[in-house]
Design a protein around this ligand. Structure first.
Ligand SMILES: Cc1cc2nc3c(=O)[nH]c(=O)nc-3n(C[C@H](O)[C@H](O)[C@H](O)COP(=O)(O)OP(=O)(O)OC[C@H]3O[C@@H](n4cnc5c(N)ncnc54)[C@H](O)[C@@H]3O)c2cc1C
Length: 387
């Protein structure tokens, strides 16, 4: 026995829940399947919060996606009476020769360029102005880009909201049902699970860091990377920490010399979430070390926090290991598989995908049903990796 539908979506985290919602809203018969019951704490979307900013220094192709995503998050908040997008402001700061991020040279300069070329409202702040406004950040000679409409997304709530709206729109959601594999059929695609196979005209693969196991052909392009989110204890000034903007601080010229952080959102004992990015040997969701050692927390604090964030102690009150799925140029992949023109991939987002996920889901639905999308996603094609 097999169910049948127009589109089957495999993986219902950030990208897949968004795609399922928009497919259902467009009137498609859609079945979404996930091996867990998302939001989960095993993939790429956990740890409470994700930064969002309109001036996306990673490149101009991302600006329409994040703008549309902000509109969509606001619509969902109204429909469900919940809070998803918190516009607490965003500060990106660094020296004039500071390090790059996500494959982009000087990230502060790149951000300012994008803001100017896309008329995104912002302020440029001197070190003195940043000290006045955000007292706990011990800046010295940095330049700051401040964007009022930046902030953070409540990531698990976003996923929950998209699931609920997808079901309301008529999607069938099947959770705790691992997909074992898929194959081409004469009429489309068959997806195998332990419970019941699904036949569909189109398959959307949005399995995040599990993608290489579901489509081994992509393995050479994808590197799954372990990242750690840390929450450090506030020694004082809990009010000031709760009023912080989100921040990305490029504090040196060497690779990885930066940290990012969030305001304190869980009260005086909840800690302040900060992280950096570390790129080492590739791993997988199955093999990754999910334990965070005291040494790792101490190293994070001494390398990035100490001397920069006043009043944030080295006591780590919480930590979470999370996974990036990184492409060779740190860009997204949203494209049909070359060998299977009815299998659409939309997941490897190289550690900066959440803010775009609502609009990525909308684009995926449009491409799956009509062949093209209202936002230009040609920058995310697979053929850019073929020389
Ligand atoms: C530490 C960290 C910090 C980040 N910070 C930011 C940030 O500040 N801003 C930002 O924009 N982005 C950020 N990102 C990136 C962003 O979170 C990711 O791009 C996004 O969450 C990826 O979503 P996804 O849907 O691809 O993966 P996931 O949300 O992990 O979803 C994949 C889903 O596939 C399911 N699945 C896997 N295998 C199977 C199977 N065989 N059968 C069925 N289902 C399956 C899983 O259960 C899971 O639910 C960060 C990522 C990390 C890890």
């Amino acid at each position: 026995m097999a169910s049948s539908c127009d589109v089957v979506v495999v993986g219902l985290g950030a990208m897949g829940s968004a795609a399922t919602l928009h497919l259902a809203r467009a009137g498609a018969r859609v079945i979404g399947i996930d091996s867990s019951s998302p939001p989960n704490a095993l993939g790429s979307s956990h740890g409470d919060t994700r930064i969002t900013r309109l001036a996306v220094g990673e490149g101009p192709a991302y600006v329409p996606l994040v703008r549309r995503s902000h509109e969509l998050w606001r619509e969902y908040e109204e429909e469900l009476s919940c809070e998803l997008l918190v516009r607490c402001g965003g500060l990106i700061l660094g020296g004039l020769t500071s390090s790059g991020q996500h494959g982009v040279g000087n990230f502060v300069a790149a951000t300012i360029d994008i803001a100017r070329s896309h008329s995104i409202d912002h302020e440029i702040l001197s070190a003195g102005e940043m000290l006045d406004r955000f007292g706990v950040l011990d800046v010295t000679d940095e330049v700051g880009y401040f964007e009022r409409s930046a902030g953070y997304l409540r990531a698990p709530a976003c996923i929950r909201a998209q699931h609920e709206l997808a079901v309301r729109a008529g999607a069938t959601i099947r959770v705790n049902e691992p997909v074992l594999g898929w194959s081409a059929t004469t009429t489309g695609v068959r997806v195998e699970t332990k419970e019941e196979a699904v036949d569909a005209s189109v398959l959307v693969l949005t399995a995040g860091p599990w993608l290489p196991s579901l489509e081994p052909g992509l393995e050479p392009l994808l590197s799954v990377q372990r990242q750690v989110q840390f929450w450090f204890e506030m020694e004082r000034d809990a009010d000031r920490f709760s009023e912080l903007p989100v921040f990305i601080w490029m504090h040196g010229i060497e690779e990885g010399a930066y940290l990012y952080g969030f305001p304190a959102i869980d009260g005086p004992s909840g800690g302040v979430k900060v992280a950096t990015e570390v790129f080492a040997d590739a791993t997988s969701p199955l093999d990754v070390e999910r334990r965070v050692t005291d040494d790792e927390a101490e190293r994070m604090h001494s390398t990035h926090v100490r001397g920069r964030i006043a009043g944030l102690s080295s006591r780590c009150v919480r930590s979470a290991v999370c996974l990036y799925t990184v492409t060779p140029d740190f860009g997204f992949i949203i494209d049909w598989l070359p060998e299977h023109r009815n299998v659409l991939v939309a997941s490897p987002c190289s550690g900066h995908g959440f803010k775009h996920s609502a609009a990525v889901g909308e684009c995926v639905a449009q491409v799956a049903l009509t062949g093209s999308s209202s936002i230009d996603i040609s920058a995310f094609r697979l053929d850019r990796f073929i020389s």
